[in-house]
Design a protein around this ligand. Structure first.
Ligand code: C2E
Ligand code: MG
Ligand code: MG
Length: 270
């Protein structure tokens, strides 16, 4: 049987053995300064022909089979090693954000897996952020509460990913003390005139900040979106306007150059 005719779950475990997965990094930008504050680690599957499969094409299958536990741990180790190297080389406060599946977040060994990854990579816990979606956190609320408490005690930072797409429950926001809230990109649309999106985003930013959380806007693709998000004092931005996720060597060139995203803006835009 050729590899391509194997079922997807078999091809995925072979891919890990053959080193076909790659962690790419997308900039997280401090919206007040235009500087890179960190990166989100996003997995890619590199095929033999040089093309990449995006997570949407294989993560659901990994979740179905439970292989996501192995894959998330692999990403975690890679990203921790990379974060440690970039903190040594460039900025001591640089952080890398890693996505955790619901499986991983509710796994009884989560804390020891995270602690081991930090120790093995020599990464200070403050250099790691873990991103969890609201539905993953709500899957088993009691277990999530314990996990959040232990991860916070370890010194790791926690982000609530894709906020606004699930229940957006205020009681859970109150119950789960995340450090950061990431507004889903479906809200970062048209902020012109009286668009309702502006009111919603402005209210989410104010609510999160009142709860002492930092706010990240995902999916910034245009300068008018950036301008609006800065006007409502959103803390951090991510999106194609700044750049897509790229392989580590390419991301490192941005850090080496001390890239500032506002340097390219005209005076009127800034
Ligand atoms: P996410 O965690 O919400 O990651 C952000 C996604 O939005 C990424 O898609 C990123 O490429 C995309 N994105 C960022 N800025 C823009 C923009 O301006 N416009 C548009 N259209 N898209 C933008 P990606 O890499 O395809 O990842 C999709 C999802 O797959 C992630 O959503 C996350 O839920 C999951 N994922 C990615 N890597 C991992 C991983 O290592 N482990 C787990 N469990 N899930 C992962
Ligand atoms: Mg994420
Ligand atoms: Mg997201």
């Amino acid at each position: 049987m050729t590899r391509l005719s194997q079922p997807l779950h078999q091809r995925l475990s072979t891919a890990l053995v053959h080193d076909e997965f790659e962690v790419n990094y997308q900039p997280l930008v401090d919206l007040s300064t235009g500087e890179i504050a960190g990166a989100e680690a996003l997995i890619r599957w590199r095929h033999h022909d040089g093309t990449y499969a995006m997570p949407g094409a294989f993560i659901p299958q990994c979740e179905k089979t439970g292989f996501i536990i192995t894959l998330d741990q692999w990403v975690l180790k890679n990203a921790c090693a990379q974060a440690a190297a970039w903190r040594r080389k460039f900025a001591a406060n640089f952080t890398v954000a890693v996505n955790l599946s619901a499986h991983q977040f509710s796994h009884p060994l989560l804390i020891s897996v995270v602690r081991d990854a930090l120790r093995q990579c020599g990464l200070d816990a403050a250099g790691l952020e873990l991103e969890v979606t609201e539905s993953a956190a709500m899957h088993d609320a009691d277990q999530s509460e314990r996990a959040i408490e232990e991860l916070r005690a370890l010194g790791v930072r926690l982000s609530l990913d894709d906020f606004g797409t699930g229940y957006s429950s205020l009681s859970y926001l109150h119950r789960f003390p995340f450090h950061k809230l990431k507004i889903d990109r479906s809200f970062i649309g048209d902020f012109s005139g009286k668009a309702r999106g502006s009111a919603i985003v402005g209210a989410i930013v104010a609510l999160a900040q009142a709860l002492d959380m930092r706010v990240v806007a995902e999916g910034i693709e245009r300068v008018d979106q950036l301008t609006f998000l800065r006007s409502v004092r959103c803390d951090v931005g991510q999106g194609f306007w700044f750049g897509q996720a790229v392989p580590a060597p390419q991301f490192e060139r941005l850090l080496e150059a001390g890239h500032n995203y506002y340097a390219q803006m005209t005076a009127a835009e800034a």
